[in-house]
Design a protein around this ligand. Sequence first.
Ligand SMILES: [Zn+2]
Ligand SMILES: [Zn+2]
Ligand SMILES: [Zn+2]
Length: 182
Amino acid sequence: MLRLEGHGNAGDSCFCGLAAPVFRCRDCFGMRMLCNQCVLHSHASNPLHRIDMWSNSYFQHTSLKQIGLCMQLGHNPGKICYNPHPSTGDDFIVIDVHGIHEITLDFCGCASSQVHYKQLLHARWYPATTSEPRTAATFSLLEHFHLLSFESKVSTYEFYQSLVRRNNHAGLLPIRVCSWYV
Ligand SMILES: [Zn+2]
Ligand SMILES: [Zn+2]
Ligand SMILES: [Zn+2]
Protein backbone atom coordinates (compact mmCIF):
# COMPACT_ATOMS: atom_id res chain seq x y z
CA MET A 1 0.00 0.00 0.00
CA LEU A 2 2.86 2.37 0.81
CA ARG A 3 4.53 1.55 -2.49
CA LEU A 4 1.37 2.57 -4.36
CA GLU A 5 1.64 6.05 -2.80
CA GLY A 6 4.89 6.60 -4.74
CA HIS A 7 5.87 6.24 -8.38
CA GLY A 8 7.56 2.84 -7.92
CA ASN A 9 10.24 2.04 -10.47
CA ALA A 10 9.35 4.78 -12.94
CA GLY A 11 12.62 5.97 -14.42
CA ASP A 12 13.49 9.32 -15.94
CA SER A 13 12.00 8.42 -19.30
CA CYS A 14 8.81 6.77 -20.56
CA PHE A 15 9.23 3.48 -22.50
CA CYS A 16 8.76 5.51 -25.71
CA GLY A 17 11.93 7.41 -24.74
CA LEU A 18 10.40 10.78 -25.64
CA ALA A 19 9.25 12.30 -22.34
CA ALA A 20 9.09 11.86 -18.59
CA PRO A 21 6.55 9.30 -17.29
CA VAL A 22 4.39 11.35 -14.93
CA PHE A 23 0.90 9.89 -15.46
CA ARG A 24 -0.67 6.75 -13.98
CA CYS A 25 -4.15 5.37 -14.54
CA ARG A 26 -6.22 4.34 -11.51
CA ASP A 27 -8.42 2.03 -13.61
CA CYS A 28 -5.90 0.23 -15.87
CA PHE A 29 -4.21 -2.95 -14.63
CA GLY A 30 -0.79 -2.47 -13.03
CA MET A 31 1.02 0.66 -11.92
CA ARG A 32 3.01 1.53 -15.05
CA MET A 33 3.67 5.22 -15.48
CA LEU A 34 3.47 6.85 -18.90
CA CYS A 35 4.18 10.19 -20.59
CA ASN A 36 1.40 12.46 -21.85
CA GLN A 37 1.31 11.09 -25.42
CA CYS A 38 1.50 7.43 -24.35
CA VAL A 39 -1.32 7.80 -21.79
CA LEU A 40 -3.51 9.46 -24.43
CA HIS A 41 -2.69 6.75 -26.99
CA SER A 42 -3.43 3.94 -24.53
CA HIS A 43 -6.81 5.46 -23.58
CA ALA A 44 -8.32 6.00 -27.04
CA SER A 45 -10.74 3.15 -26.19
CA ASN A 46 -11.04 3.98 -22.47
CA PRO A 47 -11.93 7.67 -22.30
CA LEU A 48 -13.54 7.38 -18.84
CA HIS A 49 -10.53 6.14 -16.88
CA ARG A 50 -9.26 8.23 -13.96
CA ILE A 51 -5.72 9.60 -14.27
CA ASP A 52 -3.24 10.74 -11.59
CA MET A 53 -0.23 12.98 -12.26
CA TRP A 54 3.03 12.76 -10.28
CA SER A 55 3.84 16.18 -8.89
CA ASN A 56 7.41 15.96 -7.45
CA SER A 57 6.42 14.16 -4.25
CA TYR A 58 2.78 13.08 -4.54
CA PHE A 59 0.04 12.14 -7.00
CA GLN A 60 -2.63 14.69 -7.82
CA HIS A 61 -5.85 14.04 -9.72
CA THR A 62 -6.05 15.14 -13.31
CA SER A 63 -8.21 13.92 -16.19
CA LEU A 64 -7.85 12.73 -19.76
CA LYS A 65 -9.65 15.92 -20.82
CA GLN A 66 -7.11 18.10 -19.01
CA ILE A 67 -4.17 16.36 -20.70
CA GLY A 68 -5.68 16.63 -24.17
CA LEU A 69 -7.98 13.69 -24.97
CA CYS A 70 -10.82 14.46 -27.39
CA MET A 71 -13.32 11.62 -27.84
CA GLN A 72 -14.57 11.19 -31.41
CA LEU A 73 -17.92 9.52 -32.08
CA GLY A 74 -18.96 7.92 -35.37
CA HIS A 75 -15.61 6.23 -36.11
CA ASN A 76 -13.59 3.44 -34.54
CA PRO A 77 -11.26 4.56 -31.70
CA GLY A 78 -8.07 6.16 -33.01
CA LYS A 79 -9.55 6.93 -36.47
CA ILE A 80 -9.72 10.53 -37.68
CA CYS A 81 -13.02 12.23 -38.57
CA TYR A 82 -12.59 14.91 -41.22
CA ASN A 83 -15.88 16.63 -40.27
CA PRO A 84 -15.90 16.74 -36.45
CA HIS A 85 -18.72 18.68 -34.78
CA PRO A 86 -17.82 19.70 -31.20
CA SER A 87 -20.54 19.09 -28.59
CA THR A 88 -22.49 22.11 -27.39
CA GLY A 89 -20.73 23.96 -24.56
CA ASP A 90 -17.19 23.52 -23.27
CA ASP A 91 -17.49 19.90 -22.33
CA PHE A 92 -19.70 16.85 -22.21
CA ILE A 93 -20.69 15.06 -18.98
CA VAL A 94 -20.63 11.25 -18.90
CA ILE A 95 -21.89 9.42 -15.81
CA ASP A 96 -20.25 6.02 -15.46
CA VAL A 97 -19.59 3.36 -12.83
CA HIS A 98 -16.15 4.97 -12.30
CA GLY A 99 -17.77 8.31 -11.46
CA ILE A 100 -18.84 11.51 -13.19
CA HIS A 101 -16.55 12.67 -16.00
CA GLU A 102 -16.12 15.87 -17.96
CA ILE A 103 -14.80 15.03 -21.41
CA THR A 104 -14.16 16.79 -24.69
CA LEU A 105 -16.43 15.19 -27.27
CA ASP A 106 -16.74 15.59 -31.03
CA PHE A 107 -19.71 14.21 -32.96
CA CYS A 108 -19.19 13.02 -36.53
CA GLY A 109 -20.44 15.29 -39.28
CA CYS A 110 -19.53 13.06 -42.25
CA ALA A 111 -22.12 12.41 -44.99
CA SER A 112 -23.05 8.99 -43.55
CA SER A 113 -23.29 10.19 -39.94
CA GLN A 114 -26.33 9.72 -37.69
CA VAL A 115 -28.03 12.40 -35.58
CA HIS A 116 -26.14 13.17 -32.37
CA TYR A 117 -28.29 11.17 -29.94
CA LYS A 118 -27.96 8.08 -32.15
CA GLN A 119 -24.18 8.46 -32.27
CA LEU A 120 -24.20 8.39 -28.46
CA LEU A 121 -26.44 5.29 -28.37
CA HIS A 122 -24.11 3.54 -30.85
CA ALA A 123 -21.31 4.13 -28.31
CA ARG A 124 -23.53 2.64 -25.55
CA TRP A 125 -23.99 6.03 -23.90
CA TYR A 126 -27.62 6.92 -23.09
CA PRO A 127 -28.22 10.64 -23.77
CA ALA A 128 -30.08 12.81 -21.25
CA THR A 129 -31.87 14.62 -24.08
CA THR A 130 -32.47 13.98 -27.77
CA SER A 131 -31.85 17.62 -28.72
CA GLU A 132 -28.23 18.84 -28.47
CA PRO A 133 -27.28 16.34 -25.73
CA ARG A 134 -24.62 17.49 -23.23
CA THR A 135 -24.97 14.67 -20.70
CA ALA A 136 -25.10 10.88 -21.03
CA ALA A 137 -25.06 7.80 -18.80
CA THR A 138 -23.22 4.67 -19.90
CA PHE A 139 -25.24 1.50 -20.48
CA SER A 140 -23.06 -0.29 -17.91
CA LEU A 141 -23.95 2.33 -15.27
CA LEU A 142 -27.68 1.93 -15.96
CA GLU A 143 -27.40 -1.86 -15.76
CA HIS A 144 -25.41 -1.57 -12.50
CA PHE A 145 -28.07 0.70 -10.96
CA HIS A 146 -30.88 -1.54 -12.19
CA LEU A 147 -29.41 -4.57 -10.41
CA LEU A 148 -28.50 -2.63 -7.26
CA SER A 149 -31.99 -1.17 -6.97
CA PHE A 150 -33.49 -4.70 -7.07
CA GLU A 151 -30.94 -6.37 -4.78
CA SER A 152 -30.25 -3.64 -2.22
CA LYS A 153 -33.09 -1.13 -2.69
CA VAL A 154 -30.55 1.64 -3.04
CA SER A 155 -32.19 4.98 -3.74
CA THR A 156 -31.30 6.99 -6.84
CA TYR A 157 -30.02 9.82 -4.62
CA GLU A 158 -27.71 7.55 -2.60
CA PHE A 159 -26.43 5.89 -5.76
CA TYR A 160 -25.69 9.28 -7.29
CA GLN A 161 -23.88 10.48 -4.12
CA SER A 162 -21.68 7.38 -4.16
CA LEU A 163 -20.70 8.23 -7.76
CA VAL A 164 -19.82 11.79 -6.74
CA ARG A 165 -17.52 10.38 -4.04
CA ARG A 166 -15.65 8.20 -6.55
CA ASN A 167 -14.22 11.37 -8.14
CA ASN A 168 -14.25 13.60 -5.11
CA HIS A 169 -14.34 11.70 -1.81
CA ALA A 170 -13.20 14.65 0.33
CA GLY A 171 -15.76 16.99 -1.21
CA LEU A 172 -13.08 19.49 -2.25
CA LEU A 173 -13.92 19.64 -5.95
CA PRO A 174 -17.10 20.92 -7.53
CA ILE A 175 -18.74 18.14 -9.56
CA ARG A 176 -20.48 19.27 -12.71
CA VAL A 177 -23.69 17.70 -13.87
CA CYS A 178 -25.37 19.19 -16.92
CA SER A 179 -24.54 22.89 -16.63
CA TRP A 180 -24.51 23.31 -12.85
CA TYR A 181 -22.29 22.26 -9.95
CA VAL A 182 -23.32 20.19 -6.94
ZN1 LIG B 1 -6.62 3.45 -17.89
ZN1 LIG C 1 5.74 7.71 -23.67
ZN1 LIG D 1 -16.79 11.55 -39.37
